[in-house]
Design a protein around this ligand. Structure first.
Ligand code: HAM
Length: 425
């Protein structure tokens, strides 16, 4: 029997969870600033959603999905990414019919891919993402990119670079596809069996084949940017101009294909350029997808979004030696100096907590000295010591731990004082 963590998963222990809270809060704040609202979708969906949405010739769908049959014989899949689910919800709840468009949503949820685990690559990982549906204005492409950049800035990650590309519209992509087939076909025997199937099914996928990536024909393959029609060029130019206007530096990489089939026009990735970060440097990936809403039975609706890998952000913060603010400190530690004071300690801690003041006590019947030590370890701002005299008078010694200042005050005064202190913070 194997009782250990499944490969590629992680526990997030209490000491680490404050980092997650910090990232979640900062992401939420940035999203709300940009007027995105949270959406939550189920962890599993019908398998067909990803086959049709992400594309059955992608590695994600063909090799990496956690697919199972439920007791009713349905094929279900733990979601490998967030976009397909959000678009499904958009169609299912007819959000395209809402007056206020575009619909802008964000999410922060676990995703599942059966990949070979390594640093920054897990089988269960978390994505913070956004999707904006209902606008094909290039200014929203730049809004989406600038939101990601604003988030990175807020959490202090500055050693990053933005890489963009355009996959163009349908017409441009068809022309590029023909050129790719013509380029690879005469030499396809040199490629792996999977690429031989990809040649006619989806030749773009040859460009990100993990086995053949060293083949020089991949480097010399025709570039999508040479096949963009006028409209696609104009769109891409607009995106670049807006990025420049917002002073967001970027590089163009015409070989960036992304691992999902739904993209067209703008695609982008944000990577860490921190030294020694390791192989998995892409922190954020995203782009436009104009066919997905229609594919799922809705009206023609353009969309754009991104996904950020939270575990990778944590690695990047660690590599950059950026310290994340520690958890909320403890306000008061109530010490029962003798067993008779225990009941009072229980009720006082309860009363403080009910007044919104964080309070703690001992639960191991420790002696006075050991309780003081525990209060120090927990970094309590104040301690209250309950001894015989305090029980009789109803006035308690409130001690500020840092300054050592101490005085006898009533229960009511303690609550008032600590409430004011909390509001001032
Ligand atoms: P993706 O590029 O497959 O795009 O994933 C986005 C990010 O998720 C990656 O850049 C990476 O940080 C993180 N990630 C992916 N796989 C793993 C893994 N196995 N372990 C840890 N982190 C991982 C998407 O998923 C698209 N849905 C993004 C998007 C949204 N495009 C448009 N809207």
């Amino acid at each position: 029997m194997d009782l250990q963590l499944p490969r590629g998963t992680r526990d997030i222990l209490p000491e680490e969870v404050s980092k997650w809270h910090f990232l979640e809060n900062e992401f939420k704040k940035v999203c709300e600033n940009y007027q995105y609202e949270e959406i939550r979708t189920p962890i599993f969906e019908h398998t067909e959603l990803f086959e049709r949405g992400v594309g059955d010739s992608t590695d994600i769908v063909s090799k990496e999905m956690y697919t199972f049959q439920d007791k009713g014989g349905r094929s279900l899949t733990l979601r490998p990414e967030g976009t397909a689910s959000v678009v499904r919800a958009f169609v299912e709840h007819k959000l395209y019919g809402e007056v206020s468009q575009p619909i802008k949503m964000y999410y922060n949820e676990p995703m599942f891919r059966y990949e070979r685990p390594q640093g920054g690559r897990q089988r269960q990982f978390t994505q913070m993402g956004i999707e904006a549906l209902g606008s094909d204005d290039p200014s929203i492409d730049v809004e989406v990119i600038s939101l990601a950049m604003a988030f990175f800035r807020k959490i202090g990650l500055t050693n990053i670079k933005l890489v963009i590309n355009s996959l163009g519209d349908k017409e441009s992509r068809l022309k590029h596809r023909e050129a790719l087939v013509a380029h690879f076909e005469p030499h396809i025997d040199e490629f792996c069996a999977e690429c031989q199937v990809r040649l006619h099914k989806n030749p773009l996928r040859i460009l990100d084949c993990k086995k053949d990536h060293e083949n020089p024909l991949i480097k010399s393959a025709p570039s999508i940017l040479d096949f963009l029609n006028e409209e696609s060029i104009a769109y891409f130019e607009n995106v670049k101009n807006y990025l420049t206007a917002l002073e967001i530096p970027f590089e163009i990489d015409p070989t960036m294909v992304r691992g999902l089939d739904y993209y067209n026009h703008t695609t982008f990735e944000i990577m860490s350029v921190e030294e020694g970060f390791g192989a998995k440097t892409t922190l954020c990936g995203g782009g436009r997808y104009h066919g997905l809403v229609r594919e799922f039975g809705g009206p023609d609706t353009p969309g754009i979004g991104f996904g950020i890998g939270v575990e990778r952000i944590l690695l990047a913060l660690e590599k950059a030696d950026i310290k994340i603010p520690a958890k909320k400190p403890l306000e008061v530690y109530v010490i029962a100096a003798q067993p008779e004071a225990e009941l009072k300690a229980v009720t006082l801690v309860n009363k403080l907590r009910q007044n919104g003041i964080s309070a703690e006590k001992d639960y191991l019947k420790r002696k006075l000295k050991a309780q003081l030590k525990d209060a120090n370890r927990k970094k309590a701002n104040y301690t209250i010591i309950l001894g015989e005299e305090e029980l009789q008078t109803g006035n308690y010694q409130l001690k500020h731990m840092e300054s050592g200042e101490q005085g006898a005050v009533s229960e009511q005064t303690i609550i008032e004082k600590l409430t004011i202190a909390k509001e001032e913070k």
